[in-house]
Design a protein around this ligand. Structure first.
Ligand code: XMP
Length: 507
């Protein structure tokens, strides 16, 4: 691994953004828990160390601490929010509970701002304690609206009371750049080419000669990049890809996707398991029950594949860095991660070793890699699609007939989104088929047919989301097309619920 900038995580909600920003600047960076043993940090030989924000006060009895005086021997330090208070505390400054808590936007005034930073800088703050008196030898560089030190420095140390990593902080990235360049003397070393090279070397080191990998493809970005990476690193003979037609995919999806896989040179086995999946889903109404059945059925299909292809000892998974970070965070594994999101990846049942080539990457980096690997743009920017597929978008029993209706309606919606150039502005858009029939009038006749709900949301990570405000004309066009072209649907509604309180999927 490249030498990079280490971030010690003291539990802030936005710690992983620091790593993202540094990587955007071209510096490799890793996030570790605040209590990582000092020898491990020394071994990594970082170019710089960042102490992140966190919810504690340095005076709390169980306040998270780090051996700051040892860390500074290893590399220059940047303290952010709690990190700054910790530095002040350790070096003999005065940290105090402020009479005025500073949350949200604030303006700090710099005496001599860094390059690219305005002298009156809008920043995002989130803290109770403040540094009242800086430690001896520290120079205060900026003050907050309530006149507390907002930035200070000493040899090999920089500290800021606000969060330079969040987008609400104006020119926050310049502060991170200043730290990397001027204090750490780091050279940018994290380009798509470096990442690719590094990932190939890691894959080759992990998989012994003669052993083979099973790589389940879902049609999504992550699994496609995993499949292509592994195939390019080890050759198609050693990477058996499986794409399952479970009868729960969108209209024409199976054919279109498998063709892209073949063009990409993947050794892909297309498995028609429609009957198996739909048979097991017969009469099942409960969403979690559907998920369980689908998860188990995938495993059964994969077991058959393992029998079919000799020498498979590894299972590939598209785990991303945010999942890894969440699981080591001082906040504990986040409650927002849902185990059911890992349909198809239950390695325990398959008794295979795991290989996770995207473990160190953020989603946007996966897309950059995908481009480097010549994966078509349309594939890289597809909306996320849940493992259980359309089964959780038919409310009630996912019968073949209901799935067919949903496929038709969904295809119209997506086609119109693309035509109106809206697809790329939306995180996820789909149709839900409701178990509700309503009365309508078409021609001269009375109808009593199905209702569908359109759902389109914006989001950055799927954890929170907002419904998309379509132009009225667009909704009119979609609704007209659906009711004209799909006989068994006579009513279209639009879901205007954000997440929370709603989830993105209805089930
Ligand atoms: P929710 O509905 O929880 O969805 O707001 C958040 C994101 O996760 C996707 N999702 C799933 N993905 N298996 C998956 O692989 C599932 O069971 C599942 N349920 C929801 C959802 O489409 C959205 O992107």
């Amino acid at each position: 691994m490249q030498r990079g900038v280490l971030i010690l995580d003291f539990g802030s909600q936005v710690s992983q953004l620091i790593a993202r920003r540094l990587r955007e600047l071209g510096y490799y960076s890793e996030l570790l828990p605040y209590n990582t043993p000092i020898e491990k940090i020394r071994e990594k030989n970082p170019l710089g160390i960042i102490l992140s924000g966190g919810p504690s006060s340095v005076y709390d009895e169980d306040a998270p601490k780090a051996e700051v005086r040892d860390l500074i021997q290893i590399a220059p330090l940047l303290g952010i929010c709690y990190g700054m208070q910790l530095l002040a505390h350790v070096y003999g400054g005065m940290v105090e509970q402020s009479d005025k808590r500073e949350y949200g936007l604030n303006t700090v005034e710099w005496r001599t701002p860094f390059k690219g930073v305005p002298s009156k800088q809008k920043v995002w703050m989130s803290h109770g304690d403040v540094v009242k008196v800086p430690p001896p030898g520290f120079e205060v560089l900026a003050f907050s609206e309530s006149n507390h030190p907002a930035a200070m420095r000493a040899p090999r140390i920089l500290a800021v009371q606000f969060h330079p990593e969040v987008s609400h902080t104006e020119a926050g990235i310049e502060i991170l750049r200043h730290f990397c360049k001027e204090l750490c003397h780091a050279e940018p070393n994290w380009s798509a080419e470096d990442v690719l090279d590094h990932t190939f070397r890691k894959i080759r080191a992990q998989v012994p000669d003669g052993e083979r990998i099973l790589c389940a493809l879902s049609g999504g970005v992550d699994s496609t990049v995993v499949g292509k990476l592994l195939t390019q690193a080890l050759g198609p003979e050693r990477v058996v890809c499986v794409f399952v037609d479970n009868g729960l995919l969108r209209k024409n999806e199976y054919q279109e996707v498998i063709e892209i896989y073949r063009t990409l040179g993947l050794n892909v086995d297309g498995v028609n398991a429609r009957k198996l999946f739909l048979g097991r889903l017969k009469g099942v109404i409960d969403p979690e029950e559907k998920r369980k059945i689908i998860g188990h059925t995938f495993i059964d299909v994969f077991k058959d594949e393992i029998k079919k292809h000799k020498g498979i000892t590894f299972l590939a998974q598209g785990t991303l860095y945010p999942d890894v970070i969440e699981s080591i965070s001082p906040r504990g594994a986040s409650v927002t991660i849902k185990s059911h999101h890992n349909v198809g990846g239950l390695p325990k049942d398959l008794k295979l070793k795991l290989i996770e080539p995207l473990r160190e990457l953020f989603k946007d980096e996966v897309r950059v890699l995908g481009e480097e690997l010549k994966i078509p743009k349309a594939m890289l920017w597809r909306h996320p699609f849940p493992g259980p597929g359309l089964a959780i978008r038919v409310i009630g029993e996912a019968s073949e007939e209901a799935l067919d209706v949903l496929r038709e309606v969904d295809a119209i919606f997506v086609e119109e989104l693309r035509r109106a150039d809206l697809y790329v502005h939306i995180w996820q858009a789909f149709v839900v088929l409701l178990p509700v029939r309503t009365v309508g009038v078409q021609g001269d006749g009375r109808t009593y047919e199905r209702t569908v709900a359109l759902r389109a949301v914006t989001s950055t990570d799927g954890m929170t989301a907002d419904w998309f405000a379509f132009p009225t004309e667009f909704l009119r066009q979609v609704s007209n097309r659906i009711t004209n072209e799909v006989r068994s649907v006579n009513r279209v509604v639009y879901d205007i619920t954000s997440k929370p309180p709603g989830t993105i999927e209805w089930e």
